[in-house]
Design a binder for this molecule. Structure first.
Ligand SMILES: Nc1ncnc2c1ncn2[C@@H]1O[C@H](COP(=O)(O)OP(=O)(O)OP(=O)(O)O)[C@@H](O)[C@H]1O
Length: 472
């Protein structure tokens, strides 16, 4: 064993808590010392049982263990770690191991395998890699926590009968790996349902990746979903993973599935049938393990009949269907939803039921809500600003809600100027009014407004992100 080299030292955040297990006292003494000197915290153990005891008391970033030891050997320690699902990296340090041992070690989840005698710089390099992996895991966890606080906990609000049915279906289907097709008008909560399915499944610790097929530019859909190799096309300066690959082990939510063009429908079908992904520009495919949940507000059966959606893809994604009711079909949920959305936008755990006056509740119940829960979320946010935190009255609701039913054929007017509206608010209001006019039909809405359908999808997404950022 060589002495420590300077570049072997661990710095600051790279400091690891190590458990070093070896039955030979001189090795324990030297390594305990050396590993401390390169900047780690080390606990040494002389055998398997002692290591198992230490593991039940403390958490370690890595366990460095010999294989051959009297009593419980290194394999016994590894088995214990795996059985108890202890989060630590295993590094094997052995004087006898051959290739079979190395293979067995890697198969049982060991991170690395070192033959004794090794130089301290060798183990320092392995530990540096463990530390880099740890720091990435910590960053991922921090980002996940931050995202959770922006997005809020996924909650499917609604106690009316059609929502109870949706909740039962979610509970039944979540633990299976079946693909699911969620149908419903814009803003009815299709993404919330997809997230609930993911969170109630065994994949919940793995990524949930939402892709809005309607918002992806045509020329980038394939590389966004499947990834690309460096130089696959102009601008592909580095290789890139696709979103399907990013979702590996977790759930891929394909929103607005009906917007995929025919050539992407073929590629998506191939992926769904084989579980294989091939990055743009590469020849080799590889397997991923992804559960697919799709959503659409288009009538896919009509699209199949008119030839714009592949029938085989429709049958492939439609194994299990969840139909979300529009908000006007479940008016009894409006009050509860409005209170939940107010709490979310004011960052409170809950709000008083009488924060919305009976007249305002009545007005909300008599509105048509073409934009469904998303429109309700925007309306209550508007009302919270105007009411200054006091009881919400009818005059605090946006003009589109307080206007009498039946007046939606009138030309668009952003009617509520009681507080200065920003350009973004005016734009959103006009889009919501147009959606309302066409009962949530996005292609008709974008036609009327003279904007591309993708622009409409992008704008609706932006409003949603804005709501969620406000909720943080
Ligand atoms: N049942 C519900 N409980 C709580 N919040 C909901 C519910 N349904 C919808 N929302 C909220 O309404 C907004 C729109 O929901 P979501 O994005 O899931 O709708 P969508 O049906 O996927 O819309 P689109 O068709 O436009 O993609 C989000 O802010 C979401 O949190």
């Amino acid at each position: 064993m060589s002495s420590r080299t300077d570049d072997a030292s661990a710095k600051g955040a790279q400091r690891l808590r190590l458990l070093f297990v070896d039955d030979e006292a001189p090795i324990r003494m030297v390594m305990g010392d050396e590993l401390e000197q390169i900047g780690h915290d080390v606990t040494v153990c002389e055998g398997g049982q002692e290591a198992i005891d230490a593991l039940s008391e403390n958490a370690y970033d890595a366990v460095i263990t010999d294989l051959k030891m009297p009593g419980i050997d290194g394999w016994g320690v590894i088995e214990h770690i795996n059985k108890q699902k202890i989060e630590t990296d295993i590094i094997i340090s052995t004087g006898h191991g051959g290739i079979e041992d190395a293979i067995r070690a890697i198969r049982s989840g060991a991170y690395d395998f070192l033959r004794k005698p090794y130089k301290i710089v060798e183990i320092a390099n392995v530990l540096n890699r463990v530390a880099a992996k740890r720091s990435l895991e910590n960053r991922a966890m921090a980002l996940e926590t931050e995202l959770q606080s922006v997005r809020g906990k996924t909650q499917l609000i609604g106690e009316t009968e059609p929502m109870q049915r949706v909740k039962t279906l979610v509970e039944r289907i979540a633990p299976t790996d079946s693909s699911v097709l969620i149908l419903g008008e814009t803003g009815t909560g299709k993404e919330v349902v997809a997230r609930s399915i993911h969170e109630h499944s065994s994949r919940s610790k793995m990524p949930f990746v939402a892709v809005n097929c309607g918002a992806l530019p045509d020329n980038l859909v394939e590389s966004e979903l499947f990834g690309h190799k460096k130089g696959a096309f102009t601008g592909a300066e580095t290789p890139r993973k696709g979103l399907i690959e990013v979702a590996n082990g977790g759930t891929l939510f394909l929103d607005e599935l009906g917007e995929l063009d025919k050539s992407m429908q073929v590629k998506m079908l191939r992926f769904l049938e084989s579980g294989e992904v091939r990055r743009v520009g590469e020849n080799e495919s590889f397997n991923v393990d992804v559960r697919v949940v799709c959503a659409t507000n288009r009538n896919l059966q009509d699209m199949v009949a008119e030839g714009s959606f592949r029938e085989d893809l429709f049958f492939r994604v439609n194994t299990f269907e969840i139909r979300l009711p529009s908000l006007r079909e479940r008016k009894d949920d409006i009050h509860e939803l409005a209170l939940f959305l107010i709490a979310r936008c004011t960052k409170r755990a809950s709000v008083r039921r009488d924060l919305i006056s009976p007249k305002a509740v009545e007005m909300m119940r008599s509105h048509d809500w073409a934009g469904n829960v998303r429109e309700l979320a925007n309306a209550v946010e508007h009302a919270v600003i105007l009411s200054g935190g006091q009881t919400i009255e009818p005059e605090h609701l946006p003009g589109s809600v307080s206007r009498k039913a039946g007046s939606s054929d009138k030309p668009f007017l952003v009617t509520n100027f009681t507080h200065p509206l920003t350009l973004r608010e005016i734009e959103e209001e006009v889009i919501m009014q147009t959606l309302e006019k066409y009962n949530g039909d996005k292609p008709q809405t974008s036609d009327e407004l003279g904007i591309a359908l993708k622009t409409l999808y992008n704008k609706l997404n932006q409003y949603q992100n804005h709501d969620q950022a406000d909720a943080a």
